[in-house]
Design a binder for this molecule. Sequence first.
Ligand SMILES: [Ca+2]
Ligand SMILES: [Ca+2]
Ligand SMILES: [Ca+2]
Ligand SMILES: [Ca+2]
Length: 183
Amino acid sequence: MAGYTDGTLSGANGGYFDAFIIKMSAASGLFDATFGDGDGANDDGILQINASNVTDASLNEWVRDIVLDGAGNLFIAGRTSSSLSGANAGDNDGFIIKMEATNGTFDSSFGDGDGLDDDGILQINASNTLDASGYENVTSIALDGAGNIFVGGHTESSLDGNNSNGGESDSFTLMLDVWDGQL
Ligand SMILES: [Ca+2]
Ligand SMILES: [Ca+2]
Ligand SMILES: [Ca+2]
Ligand SMILES: [Ca+2]
């Protein structure tokens, strides 16, 4: 399960809201102590996105959707006003993180193309879109089983150079490579 907290579920709070993921036994509801390392409090079943695992979590991170690929990987997607990876392009940016479902370790082969490579995180910013200066929110993520990730959400920017609403929020869909996260 996933959500966001302004508390300190595991490790130190990075500032304002942090995203978190908890892994538990479906049979018992007990937290899986093999999951959740890398946030400053290990072996507790909880992974909090904080200063231990991203460049900057000092502002808000909201996770909105998660998906498993059946091959041991967990993808989480949402929006952030911080610079999780590469520079924040302005307001909120969408993000996708790929991690091992067993322990929550970020997949360092994923997340290139946002100005900070090999970190497991893809932030939607000026490095990979024409304009992400406004608000982007990734609200859903899906896999096609053929190596592609589809993320959907809404934006006030002109990601593809064309905001037909003239500044109001538009819907968008992006396709990424499941291996490296390149658009
Ligand atoms: Ca935060
Ligand atoms: Ca932890
Ligand atoms: Ca933005
Ligand atoms: Ca990155």
